[in-house]
Design a protein around this ligand. Sequence first.
Ligand code: UDX
Length: 438
Amino acid sequence: MTLRLSVIGTGYLGATHAACMAELGYEVIGVDIDPAKVEILQSGRVPFYEPGLPEVLARNIAAGRLRFTTSMSEAAATADIHFICVGTPQQSGANAADLSQVFGSIQALTPHLRAGALVVGKSTVPVGTAAVLAEQLALTAPTAEVAWNPEFLREGFAVADTLHPDRLVVGVRSQRAEDLLREVYAPLIAQDVPFLVTDFPTAELVKVAANSFLATKISFINAMAEVCEAAGADITQLAEAIGYDPRIGNRFLAAGLGFGGGCLPKDIRAFMARAGEIGAEEALAFLREVDQINLRQRTHTVNLARAALDGSFAGKNVTVLGAAFKPDSDDVRDSPALAVAAAILNAGGNVVVHDPKALENAARVYPTLTYVEDLAQALADAELVLHLTEWPEYREFDPTTLGSSPRQRHLIDARNRLDPLVWRASGWTYRALGRPTA
Ligand code: UDX
């Protein structure tokens, strides 16, 4: 019999998980409290930019395997396995995660659960959450069970990461829960994707440990960039050279403006907060430094920009290339690029922001910035250009098409991806983070 699954929460994680589980052949129902989102998804469209997802979604809706609803009772009645994919944002004014969506969605689901249902958490949660949920469920739906199955997908590669993950991790308390999840993921296990079975706290910790490692790797290379700048060395050559050591590896060693987005920044903060609660605060003290190094790249970039404009932004035309927190995404949550743009605007600059996909989301968060859709137009009057999100089209852009300018024009490449020779040959000054000035 075909497995019937529900996916609760249809953001980046949930919409992708729902579509990809249907792609594996299951009957899937996606649930969200936002009727507008449900309507868009049900019509076969994706309410955010994620390459490849619209095709998978539309194909599976058309095949009748995938649908979306706002009704939790409908979802509960039609499925035996429920994936919790709601957000766990940072609490305002604190480092800890806000778990209200996790607890709220499970509370709404519980009264409608069928006997023997399996509730599988995928959201990133503080260690210990699964055990609390299991206790609650034991009181209200005694035949139902909890499992934890963290998600490692990257935005921009969400479909590939879901259908071809590096590994699957399931935290379970029974053989039955393990067997059910083995059944769900059988097509992936058949492709030799490693399947790791753990207890609840280990599964919860795997996710935050992985994100902490990635954040640390980025902040490490950015700390090296600071040293390179002080010593007159070149961070891109240093990163390439250390990356050849397979114990270090060359991925996630791109120095620049640092990490942002809906995961790494808030996950390392929530991890520190939780470690404090369980008496392991000292063990994660280094993550505070990782966070500080990361945020310092933003202030450093603003300072370099100010220096390029002779010490003041007042009345100067500054163009910011990139608004999304990384290329191939329209996500602007904790976007380093927008943080820099807003700081320069507040300091009196005339800031124009360009991004191929994220302008609508950016305008919602920072309505006072000026957004321009056409790249050449965005660059036309710039005295200073800041390259803050490395979309491929910025690297491909030919600066000679801008013609010659009567005044000196400056470029700061905060992602170390543009070609200094090309820009300098077109009359621009070129500065990057962690590289010699000339
Ligand atoms: C991350 C994790 O990679 C993923 O496994 C987890 O499930 C969710 O969090 P994501 O937030 O989509 O995924 O972004 P990621 O590709 O990891 O990039 C995070 C940030 O780090 C971006 O702002 C990116 O620009 C920055 N970054 C990445 C660097 O500054 N340098 C690098 O070398 C790599």
